[in-house]
Design a protein around this ligand. Structure first.
Ligand SMILES: [Zn+2]
Length: 470
C-alpha cells in the first residue's frame, strides 16, 4: 500500500508538472519518465474503472484473469448496450484488440488505450462514426496483458522461476516472453533461446487467460489486432513461415486500401517483415482461431525528456488505421448473398451467389433443411468457391431433392480460406427461390447437359476491389 500511495503521489505531481495539457476527457493517464511515456497498472486500473462508472451505456469492465503476480487483466468491452443486436436483428460484429504483451512497449499499449478512449469520447460527442460502430459492433479491448512487466519496464512477464524458462541461465532468470508462449508451433523457430518461450505452450497465466477469452467469447470475431512497439509496421500472418497466408487476398486488399487512403505504414507478412517468430498471439489468432489478425507495431520514437506530446497527436495516424479496420469489420470475411435460386425439383438446382466480403470461401455448399428441427434433408453433392467480391452461378444435380413443408435452403460455408476459420449457416430467403415443376423427360431431351457434379461459372466482374473514400 505504501508503494501505491507513494506512486499515486508521484503520479499526481508529475501529471500536474508535465502536463499542462488538459487532464479532462482525452488525456493520457500516464506520465513521462526519462524519454518515454509510461502508464502504470494502477493508473490504468483507475482509468478503466472511471470509464465504466461514467459510461454504463457503452462500457462493460471485467477482469479475465490475473497476471503472474496477481494483477487483474482488465477487459473493456464497448458497445451500445441498449441493443443486444443490430437494428436489423443480426448479431453485432466482434472485434478483438489487445496491447501490452511486452511490458516495455508503451506506445503499443497506448494505442490500445487510445482506441478505446476514442470511441468513448466520440460516442459521448455524438460522432456518427463512433455511434454507428458501437451500435453494430462489440469492441473487446484488453489494454495491458502484461501489467507485471509493464510496471517493471521489462519485455517479459515476471515469472522468474528458472523452471518456467529453460532457455536462460539459472543465475539470471528473465521471465517469459508472452508473445512466444501461444500454442501455435510453440518454440518451433530457431533460435528459441533469446525469446524465452516458457516451459510449454500457455505455461503463463497471462497468455492462458487471453486464449481462454478468445475461445470462450470471441469465436465470431472478424478482426484481431495485437499491439506492440518497435519498428513502425503492421504484420499479418505468418510469423512461422515466409509464405503468404491462405487469405492473402484479404490481407493484401487491406494493405492496398490503408496505403492508398490512410497511411504509408509498411504492411507485411511477419516472417519477412520482421523475422521468423513462433508461438505468437498473431499466428495463434489466425492459425487456431481463424481471425484476420494483425500485429500493429508503433515505432519507438517516444518523447524527449520533459516534453509530453499529447498521445492523441502522437498516435493520430495509427488511430486512423485502427478506425478503418474497425469500421469495416463487416467486410473482413466471405459474405455470401444469394441473388437467385432456381429449383426444378427432382432435376436440377441453380444458385447465383454474390460474395460481398473481402475474403474468399472455398468449400461452400447448399443444404435443404427443416426450419424447425434443422434436420438436413438434402445437400449439394459438390462444394463450390466464391472469390472475394465476385459472383458465382452454380448448377447442382437435384434428382434426389424433394420439397417439403417447413423446409428451406441454407448456405453452409467458411468465413475465410484458412482451415480454422469459422463455418456459418445462413438461410436463403424464400423470396429468392423460384420453383419450377417441369416435364423431366422433355427437359433432359433438350440441349442442356448437366455435369453430375457441378457447373461453376465465375464472373470476374469485380476482380479488383471497389475503391472507396474515407
Ligand atoms: Zn512486442
Amino acid at each position: 500500500m505504501k508503494f501505491r500511495s507513494l506512486f499515486m503521489l508521484s503520479f499526481l505531481i508529475s501529471a500536474s508538472l508535465f502536463t499542462n495539457v488538459n487532464m479532462a476527457e482525452s488525456s493520457w493517464p500516464g506520465e513521462p519518465i526519462d524519454d518515454h511515456i509510461f502508464m502504470s497498472y494502477l493508473a490504468l486500473t483507475q482509468e478503466v474503472n472511471i470509464w465504466a462508472d461514467e459510461n454504463p451505456d457503452i462500457v462493460e469492465l471485467s477482469s479475465i484473469g490475473q497476471s503472474y503476480l496477481g494483477r487483474e487483466l482488465w477487459m473493456v468491452v464497448l458497445s451500445d448496450w441498449s441493443m443486444e443486436t443490430k437494428i436489423n436483428g443480426d448479431a453485432k460484429e466482434m472485434v478483438y484488440i489487445d496491447g501490452g504483451h511486452h511490458g516495455n512497449e508503451y506506445l503499443g499499449t497506448a494505442l490500445a488505450w487510445l482506441t478505446a478512449k476514442w470511441y468513448i469520447n466520440e460516442w459521448n460527442a455524438g460522432n456518427d462514426e463512433a455511434v454507428n460502430v458501437l451500435q453494430n459492433s462489440e469492441l473487446h479491448i484488453l489494454i495491458m496483458l502484461n501489467p507485471d512487466g509493464n510496471d517493471a519496464d521489462t519485455r517479459h512477464n515476471l515469472n522468474l522461476t528458472t523452471a518456467a524458462n529453460p532457455f536462460v541461465s539459472e543465475v539470471v532468470p528473465t521471465g517469459i516472453d508472452l508473445n512466444r508462449n501461444y500454442d501455435h508451433y510453440w518454440d518451433d523457430c530457431a533460435p528459441s533461446s533469446p525469446f524465452a518461450p516458457g516451459s510449454g505452450p500457455f505455461s503463463e497465466p497471462e497468455t492462458r487467460a487471453n486464449a481462454d477469452y478468445m475461445n470462450s467469447y470471441m469465436q465470431d470475431a472478424d478482426l484481431y489486432v495485437t499491439m506492440h512497439t518497435g519498428v513502425w509496421i503492421i504484420l499479418y500472418p505468418w510469423g512461422k513461415w515466409p509464405e503468404q497466408p491462405s487469405d492473402w487476398e484479404l490481407f493484401h486488399g487491406i494493405r492496398t486500401e490503408i496505403n492508398d487512403e490512410i497511411s504509408d505504414i509498411p504492411i507485411q507478412n511477419a516472417n519477412q517483415g520482421l523475422y521468423p517468430n513462433c508461438g505468437t498471439s498473431r499466428d495463434y489468432g489466425y492459425g487456431v482461431m481463424g481471425f484476420p489478425t494483425f500485429t500493429f507495431e508503433t515505432d519507438d520514437d517516444q518523447f524527449l525528456l520533459f516534453t509530453f506530446e499529447d498521445v492523441n497527436d502522437r498516435l493520430r495516424e495509427e488511430l486512423d488505421v485502427m478506425r478503418y479496420l474497425i469500421e469495416n469489420v463487416w467486410y473482413w470475411r466471405a459474405r455470401l448473398s444469394v441473388t437467385n435460386l432456381d429449383v426444378i425439383p427432382g432435376n436440377s438446382l441453380t444458385i447465383s451467389v454474390e460474395n460481398l466480403g473481402r475474403a474468399t470461401t472455398l468449400n461452400a455448399s447448399l443444404q435443404y433443411a427443416n426450419k424447425i428441427t434443422g434436420e438436413i434433408l438434402w445437400e449439394s453433392g459438390s462444394k463450390f468457391a466464391v472469390n472475394a467480391t465476385n459472383v458465382s452461378t452454380v448448377t447442382f444435380d437435384a434428382s434426389n431433392l424433394t420439397l417439403e413443408e417447413d423446409a428451406g435452403f441454407v448456405l453452409y460455408y467458411q468465413k475465410r480460406v484458412i482451415d480454422s476459420s469459422q463455418w456459418v449457416k445462413e438461410n436463403v430467403s424464400d423470396n429468392l427461390t423460384n420453383i419450377r415443376y417441369e416435364d423431366k423427360n422433355a427437359f433432359l431431351g433438350g440441349t442442356l447437359i448437366f455435369d453430375p457434379t457441378a457447373i461453376i461459372l465465375i464472373f470476374l466482374f469485380a476482380a479488383y476491389w471497389n475503391k472507396r473514400t474515407y
